[in-house]
Design a protein around this ligand. Structure first.
Ligand SMILES: [Zn+2]
Length: 152
């Protein structure tokens, strides 16, 4: 049995509806969203596994538009009830998104109060910085690559 959820308030829906009876959200609007935008909504899905999968797929897609949502999750989920599996998936996705902002985001996450998350962010940051250092001479990104080597 499939359960439908309102992607706005996450109440369960009886079958397919056009408007959410709980919050009035226009569900046909959701159908028109891009695939990454739907996945960004699903980062708040009530079923934990769905949240993790959404983060993983956004990483596979390299969806830079998910970075603000990822950043918000890292800021929100800081108490003892934090969702480790989701944050792990979020950090791994951030590291896969080819966007210069990922470095700053990972660097901030190294100060996350949860030790496991801070350590994972540290490891991923080392990988990402290693990759960018390696790639920079071949594929300079505007304003991102470090200074040129001084000797020839
Ligand atoms: Zn709703």
């Amino acid at each position: 049995m499939l359960t439908y959820y309102c992607p706005h308030c996450w109440h369960t829906l009886e079958g397919k509806a056009t408007l959410c009876p709980h919050c009035g959200y226009d569900l046909s609007e959701f159908e028109n969203l891009s695939y990454p935008q739907k996945l960004i909504h699903a980062l708040h899905h009530p079923i934990p596994e769905r949240r993790v999968i959404a983060a993983q797929v956004l990483g596979e897609l390299g969806a830079a538009e998910a970075l603000p949502a990822f950043e918000a999750l890292l800021d929100e989920l800081q108490d003892e009830q934090y969702d480790y599996y989701l944050l792990r998936a979020v950090l791994e996705a951030v590291a896969r998104i080819p966007d210069p902002r990922r470095v700053a985001l990972l660097r901030r996450a190294t100060h996350h109060p949860a030790d496991l998350i801070a350590r994972l962010a540290h490891d991923l940051l080392a990988q990402v910085e290693g990759l960018e250092g390696f790639d920079a001479p071949h594929q300079p990104l505007g304003g991102v690559a470090g200074e040129e080597d001084q000797n020839a």
